[in-house]
Design a protein around this ligand. Structure first.
Ligand code: URA
Length: 262
């Protein structure tokens, strides 16, 4: 093939979203059949000594029911990470390099829930490690909190609604969120935070439903038995620096709530 033909083929692939090499050798996915490749669970958080695996029970064909069953059967965070990595119904897993489970300290008072991994998160297997994640770290550092801090009162535990990167970082669909929500709910139950922070519209819609983030940010409500604070997503703040003023107000509101005077 000549240079121009090769270039045209490459450009066509990029237009289709195949913009990244994820392996050294080509894989004929039509020859693989329906079973998705096995993926290792995210490296963190460190699992408790023995992970309680799901007892075998009939698995539903309905993705949401199957997710609910798999999530309910996970007795600890390590088992939940395994169950999510093995969950076959979400097509996104086929294009993702890693199942991104969580980062930070399980047991932290604050659990942050974002949308879905982007390119950096997919590569590293950890949530919020790209530019938006770095801003998220700086935002919480401004109120003395961080994912690496040992004290659970100041630590963060961070996850997303979806554990797999959507192609070309598109918005997750409502169906994808509904399918993975039972895992998020179980995740919250097992991590047992005092407060949830929802970063942006996707977790807001998935967990609280109703109006958009611009109207609801900064307004506390309750879901999953916990106080919930919706905030602007840090990726939005990178695009709209003027909205950092509202984000700062929300962080102060979180800080006051944690101190017991909010
Ligand atoms: N945006 C998210 O919502 N989550 C991530 O993990 C990264 C970027």
């Amino acid at each position: 093939m000549d240079h121009d033909t090769l270039r045209a083929l490459l450009e066509w692939q990029i237009e289709l979203g195949a913009d990244e090499a994820i392996g050294d050798a080509p894989v004929d996915r039509y020859a693989l059949g329906d079973s998705p490749p096995a993926r290792a669970p995210a490296p963190r958080p460190a699992p408790p000594a023995a992970s309680a695996a799901a007892p075998s029970a009939p698995v539903s064909e309905d993705p949401v029911i199957a997710a609910r069953q798999a999530a309910a059967a996970a007795a600890d965070l390590a088992a939940l990470a395994e169950a999510m990595a093995a969950f076959p119904h979400c097509e996104l897993r086929r294009g993702a390099r890693n199942c991104v489970f969580a980062d930070g300290r399980a047991g932290a008072r604050v659990m942050v829930i974002g949308e879905a991994p982007g390119r950096d998160e997919d590569l590293r297997g950890l949530p919020f490690v790209g530019r938006a994640g770095q801003l998220l770290d700086r935002m919480f550092a401004a109120i003395g909190m961080g994912r690496e801090l040992p004290d659970t009162g100041r630590a963060l535990y961070i996850t997303n609604i979806l554990p797999w990167r959507p192609p070309e970082n598109r918005r997750p669909t409502a169906a994808e969120c509904a399918m993975m929500l039972p895992f998020v709910e179980r995740h919250v139950e097992l991590a047992a935070p005092d407060v949830l922070v929802l970063m942006g519209n996707t977790p807001l819609q998935a967990i609280l439903g109703g109006g958009g983030i611009t109207r609801r940010r900064g307004i506390w409500s309750r879901a999953l038995g916990l106080p919930v604070l919706p905030m602007f997503h840090p990726a939005y703040l990178l695009r709209t620096p003027s909205a950092k003023r509202e984000a700062w107000a929300d962080l102060l509101s979180l800080q006051a709530r944690l101190r017991g005077d909010g």
